[in-house]
Design a binder for this molecule. Structure first.
Ligand SMILES: [Zn+2]
Length: 264
């Protein structure tokens, strides 16, 4: 199958001389990243941790409003790995692009650690050494690694007849986990700037599409994504059934229908 998924857009980020990513390509690597939570789950966050991105005026903003579940489902006649490869590459490009819109605000001063919802992500190098890095460094590590993976024809083959490696799915999972960290950081630390650029609709849509995709194929551990469950439940809510109210002129969901938070 001929396609152009390797025509990637790579945005340059601040330098990272210490980046030793290449050995991570080894398939035996288990995990290179862990997170440490500063407080246990379920604890009520302090008032200053108000999440602007959960406000109704922002969550209702989308670029598209159709059923994302239908969009991510494996089409008949398409090979699963091919579908995962194509989507993963697309998400990498789109998340890279979305981050680039605010990257000038994500500096070693403003984001001294890679944070999202009281979670700090540490980078672990190929020797398992924990690396303390700023958010822009972390994002650079992620994007450099993912760029290397998706353009490696041994891992993401594009030539007809070339097989995907056995470790392909685990690598896709690793990529998706890292991309989730970048998305979470965008909401947590740069939502205000995203709103100032009027790009919150793009970010919301990208996030919802990504979450629906990783859920469909179990690509990211729910323990990893739970820090953003409050937003996911709003943005990924399935399109409501046909309106019961006779006054509704169309079957399109009303903005307010997305703002309902389901209790878990
Ligand atoms: Zn940042």
């Amino acid at each position: 199958m001929v396609h152009s998924r390797n025509e990637t857009i790579h945005i340059s980020f601040p330098k990272n001389e210490d980046c030793t990513l290449c050995p991570l390509l080894g398939f035996s690597v288990t995990t290179s990243l862990r997170k440490s939570k500063t407080k246990p789950n379920g604890k009520k966050p302090p008032a200053e941790e108000k999440k602007q991105y959960l406000e109704a005026e922002f969550t209702k903003v989308r670029v598209v409003d159709f059923d994302l579940k239908e969009l991510v489902m494996l089409p008949r006649e398409i090979d699963l790995n091919e579908w995962l490869a194509s989507n993963t590459t697309t998400f990498f490009n789109l998340i890279n692009l979305q981050y680039s819109t605010i990257s000038e605000f994500c500096t070693g001063d403003t984001c001294q650690a890679m944070t999202a919802c009281n979670t700090i992500y540490y980078w672990y190098d190929e020797r398992g050494k924990k690396t303390k890095c700023t958010a822009p460094q972390y994002v650079d590590f992620v994007m450099s690694l993912v760029q290397k993976l998706v353009t490696d024809d041994d891992i993401f083959p594009t030539k007809y007849g070339k097989e995907f490696p056995n470790a392909f799915e685990s690598l896709v999972k690793k990529i998706c986990r890292y991309l989730f960290h970048v998305l979470a950081h965008l909401f947590w630390a740069h939502f205000k700037e995203t709103v100032a650029l009027d790009l919150q609709g793009h970010l919301n849509t990208l996030y919802a599409h990504f979450i629906v995709f990783v859920r469909e194929f179990n690509l990211v551990d729910p323990k990893e994504t739970c820090i953003m469950d409050d937003l996911s439940e709003i943005l990924c809510a399935p399109a409501p059934p046909a309106p019961a109210a006779p006054s509704s002129p169309t079957s399109a969901p009303s903005p307010s229908s997305h703002n309902h938070v389901t209790e878990r």
